[in-house]
Design a protein around this ligand. Structure first.
Ligand code: URA
Length: 275
């Protein structure tokens, strides 16, 4: 481990040093039950028996013949959004203008400015947070406060840097008052913007930071502890889930798990790049 990596992990609050693993799965020390999705693919052939009259057939699903590839879990059905119209066809300048002018939900009433996102618009990596806080509302850029400093350190821990092959966005583009969690209807109103960002960037992997981002991308009720270490998909892009940096600032004991998630993400990205 280099001196710089050591400093980064110390910044993340993780000691002693952790090393990246080669294995596709990261075993976690989470107290919650271990995810079983990959094990299903590895261990259970999808074999079915069918009978038509007296004839019995054995069908082996092609997927069961594959080696332990990550399984993409489909997102649950999403409720329809009250979209500002035409977002799905917008280019970046039009999208930026539409987000700035958006009045689709009441979050617009108290924002200083809407915060579209920041970074490389052709990035392989997309990190999605919850919504702007006071610092972001002030500066017009996601994750620039304390949580943002930790996010930058987390990125550095896997040799990534804001703006270089990385794009950072939020589930909602306007600050929820008092930094409350965005409501479902606010997330839905903003969804077309995030969807358009994903369509324009075409990232190889999305990392959902925290529950609201995970629920936005995966659908349904998500528990971070149970969703970690699994591969989901949103608009055909693989999604993984980890803790929100602001949560990690308050729950230092979960930083080691966040580090495991970053290693898992890095491992998945390697696989995606070589697939
Ligand atoms: N928290 C988030 O989820 N997003 C930000 O941009 C800042 C803090």
């Amino acid at each position: 481990m280099s001196e710089q990596s050591g400093r980064i992990l110390a910044e993340m609050g993780i000691t002693p040093a952790w090393r990246l693993r080669d294995a596709a799965r990261v075993e976690t020390s989470s107290p919650e039950p271990a995810p079983e999705v990959l094990a299903t693919v590895e261990a259970t052939p999808a074999i079915s028996l069918t009978r038509a009259g007296d004839e019995i057939s054995v069908i082996v699903e092609p997927a069961s013949l594959l080696p332990a590839e990550p399984l993409l879990e489909p997102a649950s059905a999403m409720p329809a959004a009250q979209a500002p119209s035409g977002v799905a066809c917008m280019d970046w300048p039009a999208l930026s203008e539409a987000v700035s002018a958006c009045r689709a939900c009441t979050l617009c009433e108290r924002r200083k400015q809407a915060v579209l996102g920041v970074g490389d618009v052709q990035a392989d990596w997309l990190f999605v947070g919850e919504g702007p806080g006071a610092d972001e509302d002030e500066r017009g850029e996601p994750f620039v406060g304390q949580a943002g400093k930790l996010l930058d350190a987390m990125l550095a821990a896997i040799q990534l840097k804001r703006g270089e092959n990385v794009y950072i966005a939020n589930a909602v583009k306007c600050r929820p008052p008092g930094n409350r969690t965005p409501e479902a209807n606010e997330i839905e109103a903003c969804r077309p913007f995030l969807e358009r960002q994903i369509a324009l960037i075409r990232p190889k992997l999305i990392v959902a930071l925290g529950r609201p981002a995970a629920q936005t991308l995966i659908g349904g009720e998500v528990k971070i502890g149970a969703a970690r270490g699994r591969l989901f998909s949103y608009l055909d892009v693989p999604v993984i889930v980890s803790y929100h940096p602001a949560y990690l600032l308050r729950n230092l004991e979960d930083k080691a798990r966040a580090w495991e998630d970053l290693c898992f993400a890095q491992d998945q990205m390697r696989r995606l790049l070589t697939a």
